[in-house]
Design a protein around this ligand. Structure first.
Ligand SMILES: NC(=O)C1=CN([C@@H]2O[C@H](COP(=O)(O)OP(=O)(O)OC[C@H]3O[C@@H](n4cnc5c(N)ncnc54)[C@H](O)[C@@H]3O)[C@@H](O)[C@H]2O)[C@@H](O)CC1
Ligand SMILES: Nc1ncnc2c1ncn2[C@@H]1O[C@H](COP(=O)(O)OP(=O)(O)O)[C@@H](O)[C@H]1O
Ligand SMILES: [Mg+2]
Length: 280
C-alpha cells in the first residue's frame, strides 16, 4: 500500500506553459445544491476555481445563483431544473462533479439520471454525497456508469449504502472486491482516507485529523479532485486523484497548527498558495 505524501503532490503539479489559456486547464461542471444544501455545491465550485480549473460552471437551483456569484463570480451558472440546459452543460465539460448537496428527492433523482445519460467516456465523473445515496437506492442507474471514468468519493456511511458493507466490516479486501466490480475509483473518506484504484492498487492518507470534521469538507474535496483531473495531464489519473486527496488534508494539517478547527473555506482560501509552494 502506498502512503500519500508531499511527493504524491510534487510529481503532479506542473509549471504552466507560457503559451496557454483557460481552455487548457479543464472545463468543470459541478451539479448539486438544493435549497437546503446550497453551500455544498458552492464550496465544491469554489474549490475547483481556487485549485486552478480553467472554466467552472455550476448547475444548481436558481435559489443559489446570487450566493454563488457573490462568493465566486468566476463561476458560470446553469439552471439544473431545465433538463436541456443541464444536458448541454454536461456535454461541454471535461470533468463533472455530481452530488454535493443534491438531496435525495424525486427531482434530485431526475437530475442525476439526466447527468448519467449525458456523460460520455472521455469525461471524468466524480460522484459524491447525495448522488451516491441515490445510486444505492436506485441500483438500475448503475448500468449507466458502464464504460465511464468514474471516481466515487463516499464517506463510510455512503460506502455502506453503495457497497452493502457495514462500516465495521469495511476492510481493504471487502472494499476492493466491491470497488473492482463497480469498475470505478473509490476514495473512501474517513480518518486516514483510503483510495482504491482501478488497477487494484491502494493508497492511504496519513495526513489530516479531527480538525477537519466540519460539514462541507468532503464537498470541497470534490472540487479539488475535479480541478486536478481537468488540468494535470502529465500524470496518470490515479496519481492526480492521489495528489488532490493529499493536498486537501495537507493544507488542513498546516492550518491546524494555528487553529482548533479548519473550515472547508479555510482550505479553499489556501489552495493557490499551497499549490505554488508545491512547485518548489
Ligand atoms: N453546507 C452544506 O450545504 C452541506 C451539505 N451537505 C450535503 O448534505 C447531503 C447529505 O450528506 P451527509 O453526509 O450530511 O449525510 P448522510 O446521511 O449521507 O451521512 C451522514 C451520516 O453518516 C455518518 N457517518 C459515519 N461514518 C462517517 C464518516 N466517516 N464521515 C461522515 N459521516 C459518517 C454520520 O454520523 C451521519 O449520521 C450531501 O448532499 C452533502 O453534500 C453536507 O456536506 C454538509 C454541509
Ligand atoms: N477525524 C478526521 N480525520 C481526518 N479527516 C477527516 C476527519 N473527519 C473528517 N475528515 C475528512 O473530511 C471530509 C469529510 O467528508 P464528508 O463527510 O463527505 O463531508 P461533507 O459531506 O460534509 O462535505 C473527508 O475528506 C474526511 O476524510
Ligand atoms: Mg459528503
Amino acid at each position: 500500500m502506498q502512503i500519500l505524501d508531499e511527493k504524491s503532490l510534487k510529481r503532479v503539479i506542473q509549471v504552466r506553459p507560457l503559451n496557454s489559456h483557460k481552455g487548457n486547464f479543464g472545463k468543470i461542471l459541478t451539479v448539486g445544491g438544493t435549497r437546503q444544501y446550497g453551500g455544498a455545491i458552492i464550496m465544491s465550485t469554489s474549490a475547483a476555481i481556487h485549485a486552478g480549473a480553467g472554466l467552472v460552471s455550476c448547475a444548481s437551483s436558481p435559489l443559489n445563483l446570487t450566493a454563488l456569484h457573490t462568493i465566486v463570480p468566476e463561476a458560470m451558472f446553469i439552471d439544473s431544473t431545465v433538463a436541456k440546459e443541464l444536458r448541454q452543460a454536461v456535454a461541454a465539460a471535461d470533468v463533472i462533479v455530481i452530488g454535493p448537496g443534491l438531496g435525495t428527492s424525486a427531482h434530485s433523482l431526475e437530475i442525476l439520471s439526466t447527468v448519467l445519460q449525458s456523460t460520455h467516456k472521455e469525461q471524468f465523473l466524480i460522484i459524491d454525497g447525495s448522488a451516491i445515496t441515490l445510486l444505492a437506492d436506485n441500483r438500475e442507474l448503475l448500468a449507466l456508469l458502464h464504460g465511464l471514468q468514474v471516481v466515487f468519493t463516499p464517506h463510510q456511511m455512503e460506502w455502506q449504502r453503495l457497497s452493502g458493507i457495514q462500516i465495521s466490516a469495511q476492510t481493504n479486501a471487502q472494499n476492493l472486491h466491491v470497488q473492482q466490480a463497480l469498475k470505478a475509483t473509490v476514495v473512501l473518506k474517513k480518518y486516514q482516507t483510503v483510495i482504491y484504484h482501478l488497477d487494484g492498487s491502494i493508497a492511504q492518507l496519513k495526513t489530516g485529523g479531527p480538525y477537519m470534521a466540519t460539514g462541507g469538507m468532503g464537498d470541497t474535496l470534490t472540487g479539488i479532485i475535479a480541478a486536478f483531473l481537468g488540468q494535470f495531464h502529465t500524470s496518470t489519473p490515479e496519481q492526480v486523484v492521489d495528489a488532490a486527496v493529499y493536498i486537501h488534508s495537507a493544507i488542513a494539517a498546516e492550518l491546524s497548527r494555528s487553529r482548533y478547527v479548519v473550515l472547508p473555506t479555510d482550505i479553499i482560501g489556501k489552495l493557490q498558495e499551497f499549490m505554488l509552494h508545491a512547485l518548489k
